[in-house]
Design a protein around this ligand. Structure first.
Ligand SMILES: *[C@@H]1O[C@H](CO)[C@@H](O)[C@H](O)[C@H]1NC(C)=O
Ligand SMILES: *[C@@H]1O[C@H](CO)[C@@H](O)[C@H](O)[C@H]1NC(C)=O
Ligand SMILES: *[C@@H]1O[C@H](CO)[C@@H](O)[C@H](O)[C@H]1NC(C)=O
Length: 903
């Protein structure tokens, strides 16, 4: 009776001072705003990399009060407001929607009876920026750093009944020199609303006293091993066992006593490699003898660099893929830093993947663990930024110490994430100091991934730092990027920023800005395809290895998203965006049937050499003239003996293939026999080093393609022949699949006069000619007047940008070449600039509509070929955004007969 009476009194007091939760109205509503549970938001287990089956979320409604301090907790008091955890104070979904520098959160909880006898861990995904926690009035600890998970063992503070938790939060935002990314108290322009307080899931879980606290997975695909660092607490004297499995079947396991550091090496033989094309994840189960059990996952992949066609490039599993991604900032109009639901969190990544991107740069924010899980499972490479300090002034000594500590802790928390392939400690000099030392420091925290010391300003004219990447930011761009050095590969860390305001989906109507505002969706498509397609020229001609487009969604008043900030409207044409991404990524050579490649040596000191046939025998050779380029170019074919392997047909001896014969590689005409087919079939294998891939003979298992003293063999490691030597085995059996030394798949005689005849039915009396400098098609023949015939005659030259492609000089205007300018073809005098040479170079391929004719593909504009339409001549991509891109008649209109000269 007494107890009941007390309860009633407390309830009455609460009603007097305590305001119930009311969701505020965000400036914009996402598809998920209304789907947020008001009792159990974000109900998914928050840490997919270290999962326990028993847990209890503390997300939901907590009491809340602003405060002037966070040293004296309001124990036993009812606080005046209600906040929905884990949404930051400034968000509408939190129900507060304002900033507070100091505040208290309070709620009660009970521990399930089933947890009796176990320790209880209190886990926070992240709190901005400092949190002090009291359980039943007892201080259990303080944590600083707004982007990391932290935990307290609260077992001894629990009371066996209704427990009280109070969290005091201090969030100075830019009033202090802390890592904060884009958060500002007064966010305008490219800075945004702050995200204070608890912004990731809070949860309880029972453990044994001896427990696992972290699993750091480092795959070693060359050894066929997962290196697993198991971090533990209270586990001395315990034994740890880890099992790797897939689909419930064990792949490998290992057991070891717990030590100061416990690293298990678990066999994962013949691993199915993780990549954007096949984001395969293995399951992991780790146990201690105490009975603590956790599960996780990982992908098997390698990250490295290699010389590819003379440029240093990043490689994944030994393969160079152009890393094409977006500047993903992770902001929400309703939840600010916190996606309203898990579906929302994965939406941004799923859409990027569906658009054909393979990379995402997580810009000066660190996401919850589930975001990384989505990137891992979807197959998106992640460039992870360190959140920048504020941009004004120089950081103080204590701010620097804190920055370096938070940097180390970010990397410690994320080092097991499969998809992360790059760390970026600084962005554009923001909050920057000691950049060379910080690049080295970052490397010392993690030597397995490239370090991008200062995205956007780490090239020239300033301390270059000791990072691994030359990184430009060029708006709108892509402009002329810096080329790689001997030790640093090149990427475009930011470009784009094409803006379009969409009425009804603006943060502040009319206030939206960008680098270039376009009028409508059609203009956005046109400009997007223009700027993106131009990347091909930089990949081929300037060694560019990655690009980051700004940006996937509008953010507050930045209107350069391809989605509006509320994710309600995709502003452009999804299919046209996707097609151009595929064209750019596809411009990098790989094993695809029908495509031409060269096979580059990866052994240090010999990386200018490629597999070549000379007098029918396989050798390695640098390339110079047309003959050496053609001799080192191979058409990829599905394996003659097995379609799961590959065969390589000579570029200049069609019907002849690379095959082994008495262990020597040679180029022989196929006799169609089963033996020939088997001898000419090679199976792709994990490279001997991170710099490339290996090829095993199809019918001589254990023998690999190897160069030795300038010749090429199939060799067995440590066998009896000279070329079987174990010396340099790994490097000599590792090859780089490179762009073909000879890019054109169809031949045109150079320095010969030609006329380019239309092949489209009904229009074959027409030829390309110039008239008032513009290229057009017009009827021409032997009886045409001299001007017409001369204007329709060109001299085919070796390509100005690439000698394996072609440039067409006007026969009657020496030094003037056919080029594209704003996608229209014209003739213009060669000004010897890089831009001119690329615009005037076209690679000839067998005609799309008639293999005896040619299609002339632009050297620098991905997916585009010379096309006639309405008597005009343009660069066009089938189904693209412009008039000349019309899909109807595309194949015929881009197919040209190289005809006898009209003059
Ligand atoms: C933010 O704006 C308020 C009001 O204009 C001002 O008092 C405060 O100093 C500003 N804070 C910062 C960090 O700029
Ligand atoms: C661990 O591996 C060994 C040998 O590889 C195997 O015999 C054993 O069954 C495995 N244990 C488990 C639990 O999978
Ligand atoms: C030859 O070309 C001219 C235009 O130069 C055209 O007027 C004439 O009809 C063509 N003759 C034939 C036979 O096609």
């Amino acid at each position: 009776m007494v107890f009941k009476y007390l309860t009633v009194v407390v309830a009455a007091l609460s009603m007097a001072v305590h305001a119930a939760y009311i969701q505020k109205t965000p400036p914009l509503t996402t598809p998920w705003t209304s789907q947020v549970s008001l009792t159990n938001p974000l109900p998914e287990y928050p840490r997919p990399q270290l999962v326990r089956s028993d847990w209890q979320s503390l997300n939901g409604q907590w009491q809340f009060a602003a405060s002037s301090q966070i040293t004296s907790p309001p124990t036993g008091q009812t606080l005046g407001e209600t906040i929905l955890v884990p949404f930051p104070l400034e968000s509408a979904i939190s129900g507060i929607m304002r900033h507070e520098t100091n505040s208290f959160y309070r709620r009660t909880f009970t521990i399930p009876a089933a947890w009796s006898g176990r320790r209880v861990q209190l886990n926070f995904g992240a709190v901005t920026w400092r949190a002090t926690v009291w359980i039943n009035g007892q201080n259990v600890g303080t944590h600083s750093g707004g982007y990391e998970a932290f935990s307290f063992d609260i077992t001894s503070q629990l009371n066996g009944g209704t427990n009280e938790i109070i969290v005091g939060v201090y969030s100075p935002v830019d009033a202090a020199g802390i890592p904060l990314g884009k958060q500002r108290l007064n966010g305008t322009s490219i800075f945004y609303t702050a995200a204070s307080g608890i912004w990731q899931t809070v949860w309880l879980e029972p453990t044994q006293a001896a427990r696992i606290t972290q699993l750091d997975t480092t795959p070693d695909i060359h050894a066929g091993v997962l290196s697993l660092a198991v971090k533990t607490s209270g586990a001395s004297g315990q034994t740890v066992t880890a099992i790797v499995s897939t689909g419930g079947t064990t792949v490998g396991n290992a057991t070891a006593p717990v030590g100061t550091t416990t690293v298990l090496r678990i066999p994962v033989p013949n691993a199915r490699l993780w990549s954007p094309d096949d984001p395969f994840l293995y399951d992991l189960r780790v146990t201690l003898t105490s009975g603590d059990v956790v599960t996780g996952y990982f992908g098997m992949r390698s990250v490295g660099t290699a010389i590819v066609n003379g440029w240093l490039r990043p490689v994944l599993n030994g393969r160079f893929i152009f890393q094409m991604g977006t500047l993903d900032q992770g902001y929400w109009p309703d939840g600010i830093y916190t996606a309203p639901t898990d579906a929302a969190l994965s939406f941004d990544l799923e859409r990027q993947k569906a658009l054909g991107f393979n990379t995402v740069r997580k810009h000066i924010k660190v996401e919850p663990a589930r975001w990384f899980y989505h990137a891992d499972r979807l197959g998106l490479l992640v460039f992870q930024d360190m959140p920048a300090m504020r941009t004004d002034g120089t950081p103080s000594a204590s701010d620097r110490t804190n920055f370096e500590d938070e940097l180390r802790r970010m990397i410690d928390q994320l080092r097991g994430i499969t998809s992360i392939v790059q760390w970026i400690p600084f962005n554009e000099g923001w909050g920057e100091y000691d950049e060379a030392r910080i690049a080295d420091l970052t490397k010392s925290f993690d030597s397995t991934r490239p370090i991008n010391g200062n995205s956007g300003s780490n090239c020239c004219g300033r301390d270059p730092g000791n990072g691994d990447i030359v990184d430009d930011h060029i708006y709108v761009g892509p402009g002329s990027t810096h080329t790689p050095t001997a030790t640093r590969f090149a990427q475009l860390g930011e470009f784009g920023g094409l803006g379009l305001r969409v009425a009804g989906h603006e943060w502040q109507p009319g206030a939206g800005f960008s680098y270039e505002i376009v009028a409508d969706a059609a203009a956005l498509n046109k400009r997007y395809v223009e700027v993106s397609s131009t990347l091909q020229g930089l990949i081929w001609g300037r060694g560019l290895s990655g690009s980051i487009y700004t940006e996937p969604t509008d953010v507050e008043n930045e209107v350069n998203g391809y989605y509006t900030y509320d994710r309600q409207v995709f502003k452009g044409n999804f299919d046209q965006f996707k097609a151009i991404h595929q064209a750019v990524i596809g411009s990098v050579a790989w094993l695809r049937a029908g495509e031409s490649i060269s096979l580059g040596v990866t052994t240090s000191g010999f990386t200018d050499r490629y597999v070549r046939h000379v007098d029918g025998l396989g050798v390695t050779s640098p390339v110079s003239d047309a003959l050496s380029r053609k001799d080192t170019t191979w058409r990829v074919r599905a394996g003659l003996a097995s379609s799961s392997c590959w065969s390589f047909e000579s570029r200049n001896y069609p019907g002849s293939y690379l095959r082994h014969f008495n262990n020597r590689i040679q180029r022989d005409a196929s006799d169609g026999s089963a033996l020939f087919n088997a001898d000419a079939t090679f199976c792709l294998r994990t490279g001997g080093t991170k710099s490339g891939v290996s090829f095993e003979s199809y019918n001589q298992a254990g023998k690999f393609l190897r160069h030795y003293n300038g010749n090429v063999y199939v060799a067995s490691n440590g066998g009896s022949n000279a070329w079987d030597t174990t010396t340099s085995w790994a490097a000599d059996t590792t090859w780089q699949v490179a762009s073909p030394s000879w890019r054109s798949g169809a031949d045109i005689t150079t320095d010969a006069r030609v006329s380019l005849q239309v092949t489209t039915a009904g229009l074959t009396d027409r030829y390309i000619r110039h008239q008032n400098a513009l290229a057009i098609t017009s009827v021409a023949n032997a009886s045409s007047d001299a001007t017409t015939r001369s204007d329709a005659t060109f001299i085919a030259r070796a390509g100005l940008a690439d000698p394996s492609c072609y440039s067409f000089e006007a026969s009657n205007f020496a030094g003037q070449f056919l080029r594209h300018a704003n996608f229209r073809l014209q003739i213009a005098p060669n000004d010897n600039s890089e831009v001119f040479s690329r615009d005037a170079t076209f690679c000839a391929q067998p005609g799309l509509n008639d293999a005896s004719a040619v299609t002339l593909r632009s050297y620098n504009i991905a997916g585009h070929a010379i096309r006639h339409i309405n008597a005009e001549v343009w660069l066009a991509i089938s189904g693209g955004p412009k008039t000349q891109d019309a899909a109807a008649s595309y194949a015929a209109d881009v197919t040209w007969r190289v005809a006898a000269p009209l003059a």
